[in-house]
Design a protein around this ligand. Sequence first.
Ligand SMILES: [Mg+2]
Length: 253
Amino acid sequence: MLEWNSIDTVLFDMDGTVLDLHFDNYFWEDLVPARYAERHGLEKAEAQALLRKRYEKVKGTLDWYCLDFWSESLTMDIPGMKEEVRHKIALRPFALEFLQQLRNSGRTALLVTNAHPDSLNLKMRHTGIAKHFDQTISSHTVGSRNLRLAKENPGFWHALRQQHPFDPQRTLLIDDSLPVLRCAAAEGIRHLLAIRQPDSQRAPLQLEEFVQLDDFTQIMPGLQPSHPLRAVGVNPARDEAIPKAPPQQRDSQ
Ligand SMILES: [Mg+2]
């Protein structure tokens, strides 16, 4: 299904791709409204409707993913609440096996998420998967301070390449978000895959535009080393044309 010989970098989304989106859906649509309802003396359904409107206003912008923004605007300890329910953070099926196989093949694996750095760190700490990526990158740290772009905003993938060079023609992006996949396609990323069921507790999504993965085993068979000629030194010119992997960077926690 995939031309693995034409791919040497894989960009992974986090929530809904490597991790089960159930944690996030539960958090924002269940736990936050429940606490908000308690505090303001509302029914939970009222709080859900009210919060949904507030979410809609900032959806698709970096604020939607910003824990500081929500802590301030809801006057709630959002990072603390996430810590409280961190036991619900879970990997999607075969994510770990796929990552291990990918790294063993010599390819570069980058985690590129819209999640706030605190949320990224919490999830990396809980799952222990940071070590399987060459880098873990929050979109909050991409671009200049004035250029606050989420992955679905035009210019994001160009800005990412400035900071973390990769060849878009030899890159695969796996992401559960349709706007993100569309934006990446428009900015030249050649190989794109979607996720059929980002939240294990909800119905699968039907996307027409992109091939959807049920789980990572579908793209594991036939995974060949990314530089099959390098081991015997047959084609050094080709090796030079491939951008160098960015330096290792691990989460500090
Ligand atoms: Mg996602």
